[in-house]
Design a protein around this ligand. Structure first.
Ligand code: MN3
Length: 196
């Protein structure tokens, strides 16, 4: 059984103007699809092809298999962390957890931007639950908190392909727009409930 490119959870133009249909057509339709296609080539005819994606990622040595499997998972997680009409501060338990960890929503966004901008080159910025606390971490290239003790709650893709068409070199503006217009806090809350 081959790995599949999961359908986008919204139409390609549904995140306009903060995240354009043109960006999604390349980022989802080309980049994400290529990771899926390459993963299928790498696993074809092996017992890995029938394994859950998470098991492939956790069992892979550094190299093309890990990189492509993790990029498939990271991108699906990224798409689910956005929604049309998203953005703004969360409410309820999530708001309280962010207040406790970062001293408030605005401070959280500033910390997240600093971390995202500080990730040199390509990678990901994440909100994770780790040991009962919310934390911001970044990973290089394809690396993912899925291989650590932390539970991923949300990610922002900070590879240039994720934002260059809409924001050119302005990674902080892209991250700000992600939190102002795109973030899907219901997705984060669901992931947090699984973290315990
Ligand atoms: Mn990407």
């Amino acid at each position: 059984m081959a790995f599949e490119l999961p359908p986008l959870p919204y139409a390609e133009d549904a995140l306009e103007p903060a995240y354009s249909a043109r960006t999604i057509s390349f980022h989802y339709g080309k980049h994400h699809k290529t990771y899926v296609d390459t993963l299928n080539k790498l696993t074809e005819g092996t017992d890995l092809a029938a394994k859950p994606l998470e098991d492939v990622i956790r069992g892979a040595a550094p190299g093309p298999l890990f990189n492509n499997a993790a990029q498939v998972w990271n991108h699906t997680f990224f798409w689910n962390g956005m929604r049309p009409g998203g953005g703004g501060a969360p409410t309820g338990d999530l708001a309280a957890r962010i207040e406790a960890a970062f001293g408030g929503y605005d401070a959280f966004v500033e910390d997240f931007k600093t971390a995202a901008v500080g990730r040199f080159g390509s990678g990901w910025a994440w909100l994770v639950a780790d040991g009962g606390a919310l934390k911001i971490v970044t990973t290089p290239n394809a690396e993912t908190p899925l291989t650590t003790s932390a539970t991923p709650l949300l990610t922002v893709d900070v590879w240039e392909h994720a934002y260059y068409l809409d924001y050119q070199n302005l990674r902080p503006a892209y991250v700000q727009a992600f939190f102002d217009k795109l973030v899907n806090w219901e997705f984060v809350a669901r992931n947090l409930s699984k973290a315990g």
